[in-house]
Write a protein that binds this ligand. Sequence first.
Ligand code: NI
Ligand code: MN
Length: 226
Amino acid sequence: MRFTFLGHSCVLIETASARLVIDPFLTGNPQAALRAEDLRCTHVLVTHGHEDHIGDALAVSRANQAPIIANHEIAEYLAAQGATTHGMNPGGAHRFAFGRVKLTPAIHSSSIQENGRAIYLGEPCGIVIEADGKRLYHAGDTALFSDLRLVARGGLDLAVLPIGDNYTMGPEDALEALDLLTPRLTVPVHYDTWPVIAADADAFARAAATRGHAVRPLAPGESIDL
Ligand code: NI
Ligand code: MN
């Protein structure tokens, strides 16, 4: 299984049978490792409705004939625009051809601005993916909360955690999240995209190492094999 960081909170997971993109925000993303038009995937997964996560979901889904997996409200919102969707909700899991997806709670918000109004887009989520014998967790934009301990059940091979602060957990809380999640490896995301979420990922990795956690910051476009 290959994991690629595409910038901000967007990642690509290549399994034996699928190419899963999570939070495809590339257009307007200063960190984007490629153009949305060049992204090839079989499924699009979205953690919540904010523009820096839902971003190119509709366009990428259309261009690749890739279904969108997201919470019920996002699924209905995008289905109304012509997308093929699979709606879920936190706590629910579903087995797809490539593996199992479970939505988990996240403490955050979820809406999109249209014509100056916020449209509610359901509960923000994290996503746990089980495929090819690995279990991965993308935390979305969550705050630290103690039930991350529940997300860790069964063990995590990889955690994708925000560290940029302001809108999400920052580095200090992310260290505590690692204590609860105890993943084999963590990739920090959602930082340095804009000045307000600047963070020192290398310092975070060093601090995590002193607590026994492996953290590997990736440059946009960089991949690791799991
Ligand atoms: Ni958000
Ligand atoms: Mn965000």
